[in-house]
Design a protein around this ligand. Structure first.
Ligand code: COA
Length: 389
């Protein structure tokens, strides 16, 4: 008999600053409802220079790692497209910061917003072969499009950390999944650029095409239909994107199930609406949001659509486990979001311009405003100076 493998715990971190989207709309000469309804974003995380993907991942992962669990972590798979080095993996910095055993494999995975899904599936396959092992999977990014660009409203940032294990508390992954790759130029960031190049409208169409392809293939492989699902979680670069995805398949469901799936979607977009885009972590923040705000019960089947521009899409599913509420700290996450401070558009623009320069100069950052456990203190001799309080 095959063992049950999946997501045992989830941690989430986003920095303590946010920008109000109605205020941004007004500053950009747009109707606020375009951002609030048309794009579906109310707030956006603002990332101070003292946080990068490594510190955000450490702040998320430290929520779910006890000393005993650390001993069992055999691998760290770090999905990101906003890494800090073209050679050395963020996972190595992270393993050191978290004080993990040196008997740990640590690598970075990149395929736009799909990296964490690759990590999750590789982790699950590893645990199926090594059931005593645990794998730490990270999805962490800073979504950065540029001031006054069409993508500005779809920025944000944060990190999701997942512990993949046998007999998981939260979600048992089902073994069948459907994936699809095509060489598409909808979003890319050449090594000489700090902001992505994006054909936004095209990327939304490719997202929907990929969803159709993998959803159809998954149904053919499994003989399941929409009637077998209790909820869907989508990659949410902005919440309207997932809404469009759901609308594409909703006619396949009976009327009462349509209402259930719509309600689940509202729950799944709630936290993303206030944090913005995490790129590769977005799907997993949406899943966490569904766990936190949805009307779910053990045994529910949840469908996941992961999309990374460039492009890779995957549809997979999992079954909710009886102790799923023990796998994350709901109260702490509510507090994390509630305690954030609002910044004005002028303050956001100043923070945006203050990101660590690309010239390699020594920098000492003003760390006093950042009360996160892990933070970046600056750069010395071309090395980032990570700190833990
Ligand atoms: N009230 C309500 N809705 C409004 C509105 C108003 N006053 N004004 C506009 N809208 C709606 C539009 O009808 C549109 O809805 P629709 O997509 O359902 O048709 C939506 O708001 C967006 O308007 P649009 O004119 O298309 O916005 P845009 O040209 O500024 O571009 C993106 C939107 C998403 C393409 C842009 O933000 C972007 O490039 N994002 C980055 C790329 C990305 O995230 N891709 C996702 C795939 S990974």
């Amino acid at each position: 008999m095959s063992i049950s493998v999946g997501i045992d715990k989830i941690g989430f971190y986003t920095p303590g600053l946010y920008l109000d989207m109605a205020e941004l709309a007004t500053a950009r000469g747009e109707d606020p409802n375009k951002y609030l309804i048309g794009i579906g974003q109310s707030q956006q995380a603002v990332i101070p220079p003292t946080q990068d993907v490594v510190t955000m991942a450490a702040n998320a992962a430290s929520q779910i790692l006890t000393p005993e669990v650390k001993d069992d972590v055999a691998m760290v798979l770090f999905g990101t497209e906003s890494g800090i080095d073209n050679s050395k993996a963020t996972a190595v910095y992270l393993a050191h910061l978290l004080d993990l055993s040196s008997h740990t494999r640590a690598v970075e995975l990149k395929q736009a917003c799909y990296g964490a899904t690759a990590g999750l599936q590789l982790a699950a396959d590893y645990v199926r072969v090594h059931p005593a092992a645990k794998v730490l999977v990270i999805g962490a990014d800073i979504a950065r499009y540029g001031l006054r660009t069409a993508g500005e409203v779809t920025q944000g940032g944060g990190a999701v950390a997942m512990l993949v294990a046998a007999n998981p508390q939260i979600l048992a992954l089902e073994p069948v999944s459907s994936y699809h790759t095509a060489d598409v130029m909808d979003f890319w960031r050449p090594v000489y650029r700090t902001e992505a190049l994006v054909d936004g409208k095209y990327s939304t169409n490719v997202y929907l095409d990929f969803f159709k392809t993998v959803w159809t293939d998954y149904q053919q492989q499994t003989q399941r239909t929409i009637a077998d699902f209790d909820a869907f979680a989508f990659h949410l670069p902005f919440t309207k994107m997932g809404r469009k995805g759901l609308r594409q398949i909703l006619p396949e469901a009976a009327a009462d199930q349509q209402a259930t799936l719509k309600a689940a979607f509202e729950a799944s977009q709630e936290d993303n609406r206030h944090v913005g885009n995490l790129y590769t972590g977005s799907l997993y923040l949406s899943f966490l949001s569904l766990l936190r705000h949805g009307q779910l019960t053990a045994g529910n089947r949840i469908g996941f659509f992961s999309y990374g521009s460039g492009a890779e899409g995957e549809f997979f599913s999992g079954l909710l486990q009886p102790d799923f509420r023990q796998g994350f700290d709901d109260a702490a996450l509510t507090q994390l979001l509630a305690q954030r401070q609002r910044v004005s558009v002028a303050e956001y623009e100043a923070i945006y311009r203050r990101q660590l320069s690309n010239d390699g100069r020594d920098v000492r950052l003003a760390v006093g405003d950042d009360d996160a456990p892990y933070y970046l203190a600056g750069r010395q001799n071309q090395q980032r100076q990570y700190r833990h309080r």
